[in-house]
Design a protein around this ligand. Structure first.
Ligand code: 5RP
Length: 238
């Protein structure tokens, strides 16, 4: 039998996370190709009668969920969530993540932090021994972007990190702008030995809205691989 594609693995992980959804829940919906599988499967359940209320983390996810008839709310309307489900660009054994490859990290982090449980769905290619092979996204204000970039470079240098810190561009060469109207700096630092220290330094920089290090937020990572689906952490409520 041929090995399952990365996309098939993402859908398997999404299906496992769907088992954690119960009627009446308020859910956070992530962004990206893996989260899109979850939204798709959730849409099927909603069509079959499941009652949930969902807060999307991006306009892209909002449009997908809306088209599937998934009941939506803003985080203003539903500020406390039972569960958020999202993808990741990298995760390590301590359930620390790099997120933001899809440019939605600020809203993703706000939604994850508003949820009692945060389940991350991934295929096995996202597992790393040390975070940082994926360039770390940092969401910044347009105002003073160059000054903020210098601060980010200095903070990284203080921690022994170097590498390109570059504003994200779209494939057409124009600058990428987030749903909230912000810029993303993609920071190619390589291995981040102390993610907690870097997170603290980045959070202290004026002009930085959020960074893509998700630390202490994840309840479980569902990893789909060629040998089956593995769950790190707890899927069920503690
Ligand atoms: C978006 C994200 C995504 O969850 C991350 O980029 C993973 O995406 P995909 O599921 O397409 O691999 O953080 O900001």
């Amino acid at each position: 039998m041929p090995a399952p594609s990365a996309d098939a693995l993402k859908r398997q992980a999404a299906a496992v996370a769907l088992e954690a959804v119960a009627p009446g829940m308020r859910l956070g919906l992530g962004t990206g190709s893996t989260a899109a599988h979850f939204v798709d499967l959730l849409g099927e359940k909603v069509k079959a009668g499941l009652d949930v209320l969902c807060v999307p983390t991006s306009e892209r996810t909002r449009a997908q969920a809306q088209a599937l008839g998934v009941p939506l709310a803003t985080l203003e309307e539903a500020p406390e969530l039972d569960l958020a489900v999202d993808g990741a660009d990298e995760f390590d054994a301590q359930l620390r993540l790099i997120k933001g490859g899809g440019g939605a990290l600020l809203r993703e982090k706000i939604v994850a932090a508003a949820a009692k449980r945060f389940i991350v769905i991934t295929d096995e290619s996202k597992k790393v021994a040390t975070l940082g092979a994926f360039p770390l996204p940092v969401e910044i204000d347009v105002f003073g972007a160059k000054a903020t970039r210098l601060h980010v470079e200095r903070a990284a240098k203080d921690l022994g990190l170097s590498g390109t810190v570059a504003p994200r561009l779209k494939p057409d060469g124009h600058v990428f702008v987030t749903d909230g109207g912000h810029l993303i700096l993609d920071c190619a630092f390589g291995a981040i030995a102390d993610p907690e220290a870097l997170a603290l330094r980045l959070s202290a920089i004026p002009g930085v809205f959020e960074h893509g290090l998700f630390i202490g937020l994840t309840t479980a990572v569902v990893v789909a691989g060629r040998d089956g689906v593995e769950t790190l952490g707890r899927l069920d409520p503690a």
